[in-house]
Design a protein around this ligand. Structure first.
Ligand code: SAM
Length: 390
């Protein structure tokens, strides 16, 4: 077992799982990219075990704390089973959910989403690349799934200097793939959709916001394939407007409304940039009762936060121009770089020059299949605020 000595205080049991290059004190020669190594502190005590990658400043990614333990087949199987048991506390057999959330499940650089009766995996670190066969084998043996598809195309791979990989490793996949989740059918574009095809992190929030939809005029901004939209239609919204820039996503949105036998006459889909379309919508003089604002992450970097906040301020300013009195807005941020206080702060600016009161009704978070762990603050990334005006 090769050992890397790092600069870390004695007694720290759960350091951040990314150890930067600058903290390395001693490193043996001939370590390969992605190789597993044991970490020791200055006193020679074991801090944990992880992967080494010389091609990124996040040179070490810890997967085990406090002991020297490599991820062999048995260990990967054990961690997947443990994560599954944890998810079962919230979801039943048929549901789609995130099974492995990388550092939160002590499998750094690995995302596994259960999408219907199959799995979509995403490998985001050089170390996890070396475990591909074991991961696929474990999924096949534990769950006997319909398919295991790898969609390793995230930005994180660029940081680790890894190529995009999209490949069916097991079974058959009919793409788009139909799932039944949260009481509705959805077509999921596993091969070319965003993330692993479906935003599982918003599961509970969609159900929560659908409670407000009955008889309401709703606006679903950044709608993707219409998960909020379909829930609103199901819950008897009077009208739903959805705005989305991706043509492919819009095609699936329309299909999703159709396969659930929902009233298509109540739906208006607007293809284009939300920032532009909001200005157009304002000219229509429609007041909305319920608005969802679920943009992509404007930044993952704390240092670029100011620009992202400007984006939110602009959005919120336009949104409050078209929200009815007693109307509800749920606005989300899906990046760790913007916390809940920042998000509310972007609304406070809008409040200053309006003649109505904006009230925080509820805070929302990522669904529990994306566990938040305190040794990895970035695991807390999705937050939402439900606001009302009077
Ligand atoms: C976080 S996802 C929304 C997920 C969706 N609410 C759901 O529950 O499935 C963000 C969406 O915004 C879309 N998008 C990104 N930039 C956009 C823009 N400027 N205008 C409109 N849509 C945009 C993306 O294509 C993506 O579908």
């Amino acid at each position: 077992m090769k050992k890397i000595k790092i600069n870390i205080s004695d007694g720290i049991k759960f350091p951040h799982p990314y150890i930067l290059k600058a903290r390395i004190l001693e490193i043996p020669v001939n370590i390969q990219k992605g190789e597993e190594i044991v970490l020791i502190n200055k006193q020679g005590k074991i801090v944990g075990t992880g992967f080494y990658n010389p091609d990124t400043y996040k040179a070490i990614r810890i997967h085990t704390y406090g002991e020297a333990k490599f991820l062999d087949y048995k260990e990967i199987e054990k961690r997947i089973k443990k994560a599954f048991k944890k998810r079962k506390e919230f979801f039943d057999e048929e549901e789609s959910f995130r099974l492995i959330f990388s550092e939160s499940d002590l499998l750094t650089g690995l995302i596994i989403d259960k999408i219907g009766k199959g799995f979509v995996i995403q490998i985001n670190s050089a170390g996890m690349e070396t475990k591909r066969e074991l991961i696929v084998k474990a999924l096949k043996e534990i769950f006997e799934p319909e398919f295991v598809y790898e969609k390793s195309d995230s930005f994180a791979r660029k940081e680790e200097a890894l190529e995009t990989i999209k490949k069916l490793h097991h079974g058959r996949l009919k793409n788009p793939y139909q799932i039944f989740t949260e009481g509705l059918f959805f077509l999921v574009d596993i091969e070319d959709g965003q993330k692993t095809g479906f935003f599982l992190d918003q599961k509970f929030n969609r159900l929560e916001m659908a409670k407000y939809a009955e008889g309401k005029v709703c606006l679903d901004l950044f709608s993707y394939t219409g998960a909020f939209t379909t829930h609103f239609l199901k819950n008897r919204a009077e009208k739903v407007f959805a705005v989305e820039i991706s043509e492919k996503a819009i095609k699936l949105l329309k299909e999703n409304v159709r396969i659930n036998n929902l009233d298509e006459r109540k739906l208006t889909v607007i293809e284009g940039d939300v920032f532009e379309k909001l200005r157009e919508i304002k000219q229509w003089r429609i007041g909305f009762d319920l608005i969802i604002n679920d943009p992509p992450s404007f930044t993952h970097k704390k240092r670029k936060k100011e620009n992202a906040l400007k984006g939110y301020k602009n959005l919120h300013s336009e949104i409050f121009d078209i929200l009815n009195r007693r109307g509800i807005l749920a606005t989300f941020s899906c990046t760790h770089a913007i916390d809940i206080k920042d998000l509310i702060g972007t609304v406070s600016g809008v409040q200053k020059n309006r003649d109505f009161v904006i009230e925080v009704k509820k805070l929302l978070f990522q669904s529990p299949c994306h566990p938040v762990v305190l040794y990895f603050p970035e695991s807390f990334y999705l937050k939402g605020v439900v606001l009302s005006i009077s």
